[in-house]
Design a protein around this ligand. Structure first.
Ligand code: DON
Length: 314
């Protein structure tokens, strides 16, 4: 199996696709992104990087930031976090409010918006948003070894001006006592974290600790092995919202999507993968990013449901 050939095949396969999905428009600043873009970067356990397409193009990581925010929040709150947010797939859209009333302000999981807003509340920890955001940026720069990672302020401002659903979710959870800080501060943290910009290479590097059982390849342990496995489990079961089952069926590895069109996918022990294509499917996940990962899994045989050896379908 030559990964360089497989990546070249995927880039050509994606270039030939006519239906590129629909770019997110509810955050106005994202609406102007060109749907033609596609990038892929794969870091393997031996440290090799194979990339193709627009792997150096920056994009808004949006909900992929929830993986890193969860990692930080677990570091602060430990298992007590699970008293405030669940670990079950929601079966609902990423921005849905319907379950929150019946479940008394406890979001189903940390990857739907409501859950990620609770995670931001934990990460605020009595400080100003700039402290929590600074911590997130430092974490990503440490994971990647790349100090150029930054926030796109125009995207953050755009979502701050139009994020009425998230404002509603935060206020609703505050009414149940599950948001402890003023909602403006919590959402300031959340919107800025979502507006972090990265390219596929950087994102694949940032995911290495989830491939390596919690270890940074150069810097040592980031989280315990069991915590890394649990984050991967949540990515598999909840990382694509109400399409998480379909993603597990088609791709078979943990993945977290964002409405900027990125997906971070992890093959434990083998690879950390980032794909990006800004057109989304009806569930708000990258249409071609998912297709690319499906083809990659077929060609490599990578799956959390198969033995460790390569057993490609074709
Ligand atoms: O809160 C929002 O709606 C966005 N900042 C993030 C949503 C998102 O990325 C959903 N993922 N596919």
């Amino acid at each position: 199996m030559d990964l360089t050939d497989i990546v070249a095949d995927i880039v050509a396969y994606i270039a030939a696709q006519e239906d590129r999905g629909t770019v997110a428009s509810y955050i106005p600043e994202l609406a102007s992104v060109d749907p033609a873009g596609f990038g892929i970067a794969i870091v393997t356990a031996d440290g090799a990087m194979v990339a193709g397409g627009d792997a150096d193009a920056g994009f808004s990581i949006q909900s992929i930031s929830k993986v890193f925010a969860l990692t930080l929040a677990l570091g602060k709150a430990g298992d007590q976090l699970w008293e405030r947010v669940g670990r079950e797939p929601s079966g609902n859209a990423f921005n849905s409010i319907v379950q929150l009333e019946q479940e008394r302000g406890i979001p189903r999981n940390p990857f739907i918006n409501a859950g990620a807003i609770v995670v931001s509340d934990v990460n605020l920890g009595g400080h100003q948003p700039r402290v929590a955001i600074g911590e997130m940026l430092r974490f990503l720069r440490y994971l990647t070894g790349d100090d150029s990672i930054a926030i796109n302020e125009a995207v953050a401002a755009s979502e701050t001006a139009t994020g009425f659903r998230n404002i509603a979710l935060a206020n609703y959870m505050r009414a149940f006592g599950n948001i402890h800080h003023p909602v403006e501060l919590v959402l300031g943290t959340y919107f800025h974290q979502c507006a972090i910009e990265m390219n596929c290479r950087q994102l694949a590097l940032a995911g290495r600790f989830l491939m390596l059982d919690g270890r940074h390849p150069d810097e040592g342990r980031v989280v315990s092995p069991s915590r890394a496995r649990r984050i991967n489990a949540l990515m598999l079961t909840c990382g694509h919202y109400d399409a998480s089952g379909d993603f597990a069926f088609r791709v078979g590895i943990p993945g977290k999507s964002g409405v900027g069109g990125g997906i971070l996918a992890i093959v434990p022990g083998r690879a950390s993968i980032a794909v990006w294509s800004p057109g989304l499917n009806e569930n708000g996940n990258s249409r071609l990013g998912t297709l690319a990962l499906e083809r990659l899994a077929q060609r490599t045989g990578w799956s959390v449901f198969s033995p460790a050896g390569d057993s490609a379908d074709q």
